[in-house]
Ligand binder design. Structure first.
Ligand code: GAR
Length: 191
């Protein structure tokens, strides 16, 4: 059974998809804790499923590295096999990334390497792109640059707003993250 810590910053709809999938005893992974950098709305999903949560706010630390050390200590307390960044909106410094990668994955609302960064959906619309999508990748020290694990494409509809497009991308992401975590769990169980 693969144990997973999920880190979020926002509404946590992808977290919820994972919690719902893992609620099925046949799913080969369990969410053992959920962490955040802010008192995120999405932490309520973890509460509903009886999963412990933690918040490590960077404002309480003198440097990004000290913050990341404390975040790492909280993550490692739960001894996860995998850490999933599901809408975690802060760039993680090298001390955090190097301690966990390749067992640290991120989801991103674009067809990486196109439109990395915090405003991928807005950037795709502003660039006049006709298609976009979702990517799951291993986290390295760059911003949205690590090796890709899964990607799915989506047509951008005429006159679509950023919110409408982002919601359609998230529908794909929820499926993709559940599939990817399942695939990682199955791979690890045969090794
Ligand atoms: C998702 O679209 C995820 O790809 C994005 O935040 C959203 C979280 O949604 N992450 C990034 O943009 C990271 N660069 P959720 O809180 O509803 O799961």
């Amino acid at each position: 059974m693969l144990s997973v810590v999920v880190l979020i910053s926002g509404s946590g709809s992808n977290l919820r998809a994972l919690l719902e999938a893992a609620d099925n005893p046949l799913f080969p992974a369990r969410v053992v804790a959920v962490g955040s950098d802010v008192p995120a709305e999405g932490l309520a999903h973890a509460d509903q499923f009886g999963v412990p949560t933690f918040v490590v706010n960077p404002k309480a630390f003198a440097s990004r590295e000290e913050w990341a050390d404390m975040l790492l200590a909280n993550v490692q307390h739960f001894e996860p096999d995998l850490v999933v960044l599901a809408g975690f909106m802060r760039i993680l410094p090298a001390n955090f990334v190097n301690a966990l990668t390749p067992n640290l994955i991120n989801m991103h609302p674009s067809l990486l390497p196109e439109f990395p960064g915090a405003h991928a959906v807005r950037d795709a619309l502003a660039a006049g792109a006709t298609k976009t999508g979702a990517t799951i990748h291993v986290v390295d020290e760059g911003v949205d640059t690590g090796p890709q694990l899964a990607q799915r494409e989506l047509e951008i509809l005429p006159d679509e707003t950023e919110a409408e497009l982002h919601e359609r991308i998230k529908q794909i992401e929820r499926e993709l993250i559940v599939q990817t975590v399942r695939a990682i769990a199955e791979l690890k169980s045969t090794n």
